[in-house]
Design a protein around this ligand. Structure first.
Ligand code: SAH
Length: 256
């Protein structure tokens, strides 16, 4: 019986995987990879069978139970099975289902962490999510509710956090802004949108909660994050004028 490694691929750039992850890729017999994994990272495993299991690539969702079963079956054939997931596997990556299914089948499993996209965005913006004296709390959240899951109350935690990062949220950004405003988040709260963090074609948009409500996230097609909080005030301000800005007057009116 082989072992399954759930490896974080990082945010996209091929050199942002950990050394441990890269070493395992070199030795893998088979790699099951997500849609967000970039092709140049797969070049680290030329010897391995490479299997795409993601929505964006195949345009059809690969059923989670199918992935779970595949991992168990692969462990019977290969010594090193790699499940390569974007960012960190343990954040919004459905790692738990895979770990539990492997445990239930008696297959050894190990998780190798990765750089989550929120931290890549922070690095690229040059803005600390915990800016001293401004932010003592960071919330990673998603409004996305998976099939068969209960609706979670994500909004109050996001509205109360000093800094918040929303994953899988750009598609409904305007609606989300309304929900956060209803939760008491000030309309002038600085907001930054980061698309394709760590990749050469990454894009940053600076706006406010008001701007988000008015459609600042429209036109983003790649994977993107919504980042909220006072720590972004200066950066949102400098981005304004460089990129799309839709009604961020409240931000301009309240300089720090
Ligand atoms: N486990 C991943 C998140 C998977 S959920 C991680 O730790 O980053 C997928 C969401 O992650 C996307 O909808 C997007 O919000 C975010 N994301 C992933 N890669 C990204 C990137 N390079 N730039 C911006 N957002 C990204």
């Amino acid at each position: 019986m082989g072992k399954v490694y759930l490896i974080g691929a990082g945010p996209g750039a091929a050199d942002l995987i950990t050394v441990r992850g890269a070493e395992l890729l070199k030795r893998a017999g088979i790699v099951f990879y997500d849609a967000l994994v970039q092709p140049d990272m797969l070049a680290l495993a030329p010897q391995a069978r490479q299997v795409a299991v993601g929505k964006r690539c195949s345009r059809i969702s690969t059923d989670q139970r199918f992935i779970n079963r595949n991992l168990v079956e692969a462990a019977a054939k290969y010594d090193i099975v790699v499940r390569l997931k974007g960012g960190d596997p343990m954040l919004f990556g459905r790692a738990q289902e895979e770990i539990e299914s492997l445990e239930a089948a008696g297959v050894a499993c190990e998780v190798v962490p990765g750089v989550t996209s929120a931290l890549a965005a922070s690095a690229e913006l040059g803005v600390s999510l915990t800016g001293r004296g401004v932010s003592r709390s960071v919330v990673f959240a998603t409004p996305r509710v998976g099939e068969g899951e209960d609706v979670s109350d994500w909004a109050p935690a996001v509205a109360r956090a000093d800094t918040a990062v929303l994953y899988m949220a750009v598609g409904q950004a305007a609606e989300i802004a309304g929900v956060l405003q209803a939760q008491g988040m000030p309309i002038a709260t600085p907001v930054v949108l980061v698309e394709n963090a760590s990749l050469p074609h990454s894009r940053h948009i600076g706006t406010t909660l008001q701007g988000l409500k008015n459609g600042a996230a429209q036109g983003l097609a790649g994977p993107a994050l919504l980042l909220f909080g006072e720590v972004f005030r200066k950066r949102a301000h400098t981005l304004i004028g460089h990129d799309i800005l839709i009604d961020a007057k409240p931000l301009l009116a309240v300089p720090r």
